[in-house]
Design a protein around this ligand. Structure first.
Ligand code: UGA
Length: 433
């Protein structure tokens, strides 16, 4: 099939590339000329394992361009995969989605299947239909009739390609049979479980899924806090809970909270759209509060242990919001580093992929190290904030040799408390004594 994907961010670029790999002809469009230039040179503007190779493999089936009108005209299905960043009031900023919908209406001479791939609040489809109808020629809704489909994306950064090609489910929201058949054909190569719903339900599935996962994390983090106070062990508790098939073992890792551009923004947007429709989604407000508390409490633990932070040297291992990405948007590391700096600590940091991004966030307020061991040199404490494989495999004896004091704060429960203390570290983690 011939498809256009508007927006080459995480979702658009991965989706476009994977559709090409599934045998479709794909045109990826972006207004950012520099990004398109980079992509046409065979490079990828984001760090995502496997993506560069997949683009190279499917070079013949993907076009990267800034020519929006041409891409729309040449395609049967047009995916909207532009950003929906948070507005100051917590709602999603849908102005990019609106611009794309208007552009499609103006450019298209024939009916298109317009697919919402961006994460949008429920009822966005009604607005897209309105914009398509008002801009499709005569301005009275009598021009070309397009069909809108909701097809939310559930890929995770760091494993985006695998998540796209081997999804747990593909959700398609439409009440139009022709569109349903087209979407079925599009996804057929994946042989995935397909869930067909009305458009609004599909939109809601996305916000509800991300918010539920965020709630699961805040729940286990709350249990971890009770573990710390009672002497229980969160890992044993999580294991015992997770073996119940109704609960499941994933997303029960306690830590310094969730980050990234999806959970924080989607929980906030879900609260906002619920409120707009007259429902106070209180449980999600608590999910946010617990997530904030995890970071504050972690800094408090460091401060309590070191007595004073002023003048202390703190080494940070991990800045990205999770491993296998260079993404630092809403990363717990940002709040934690800023809180340490505020108390007068000297911060030095290392992340395998996020150093360049970190420089744009912290500027010259922190020291950037060349590797994981430099972080420990003359440090009073080392804080593990992201569970990168190379940190899990760190030579702890080598690290310890260069430290000034032997405090280790493990925000991701990477190490075993007993083993760390046996090595002579003053070790604290989350929900384990
Ligand atoms: C998330 C969802 O998992 C995807 O399904 C969704 O498509 C995506 O958002 C999106 O809306 O685009 P992502 O943000 O890439 O994906 O990251 P996750 O792997 O879900 O992790 C999110 C955060 O939760 C990370 O900071 C991670 O460290 C934290 N986390 C995760 C925990 O603290 N504990 C856990 O047990 C699991």
């Amino acid at each position: 099939m011939k498809i256009a994907v508007i927006g080459t961010g995480y979702v658009g670029l991965v989706a476009g590339t994977c559709f090409a790999d599934m045998g479709h002809d794909v045109i990826c469009v972006d207004i950012d000329e520099e990004k398109i230039k980079v992509l046409n040179e065979g490079k990828v503007p984001i760090y995502e394992p496997g993506l560069e190779e997949l683009i190279a493999k499917n070079k013949a089936k993907i076009v990267f361009t800034t020519d929006f009108d041409d891409a729309v005209r040449k395609s049967e299905v047009v995916f909207i995969a532009v950003g929906t960043p948070p507005k100051p009031n917590g709602g999603a900023d849908l102005s990019y989605v609106e611009n794309v919908a208007r552009g499609i209406a103006v450019a298209a001479k024939k009916p298109k299947i317009v697919v919402e791939k961006s994460t949008v609040p429920v009822q966005t489809c009604e607005r897209i239909i309105q914009v398509l109808d008002c801009n499709n020629g005569d301005g009275n809704g009598n021009g070309v009739k397009h069909t809108v489909v909701s097809n939310p994306e559930f890929l995770r950064e760091g494993s985006a390609v695998v998540d796209f090609l081997k999804p747990d489910r593909v959700v398609i929201g439409t009440d139009n049979e022709k569109a349903r058949n087209a979407m079925e054909e599009l996804y057929a190569p994946l042989k995935a479980e397909m869930v067909f719903t009305d458009i609004k339900s599909a939109e809601l599935i996305k916000h509800a899924s991300n918010s539920f996962l965020a709630a699961k994390i805040s729940f286990i983090n709350s249990v971890a806090n009770v573990c710390e106070k009672t002497g229980a062990d969160i890992e044993m508790v999580a294991k015992g809970m997770g073996l119940d098939k109704r609960i499941g073992p994933s997303f029960l890792n306690a830590g310094i909270g969730y980050g990234g551009f999806c959970f924080p923004k989607d929980v906030e947007a879900f609260i906002a759209i619920s409120e707009k429709n007259g429902y106070d989604f209180k449980i999600l407000k608590e999910v946010q509060d617990v997530n904030k508390f995890q970071k504050e409490n972690f800094v408090k633990t460091v401060e309590d242990a070191l007595w004073n932070l002023n003048g202390k040297t703190i080494g940070i291992l991990g800045l990205a919001f999770k491993p296998n990405t260079d993404d630092m948007r809403f990363a717990p590391s940002i709040d934690i580093v800023n809180a340490l700096l505020k108390e007068g600590a000297k911060v030095k940091a290392f992340d395998p992929e996020a150093m360049e991004r970190a420089k744009t966030i912290f500027g010259d307020k922190i020291e950037y190290c060349k590797d994981k061991y430099e972080v420990a040199e003359q440090a009073d404490a080392v804080l593990f904030l992201t569970e990168w494989k190379q940190f899990v495999e760190i030579d702890l004896d080598k690290m310890k040799k260069s430290m000034k004091q032997f405090f280790v704060f493990d925000g991701r429960n990477i190490f075993k408390p007993k083993a760390m203390r046996a090595k002579g570290f003053k070790y604290e983690s989350i929900g384990r004594l």
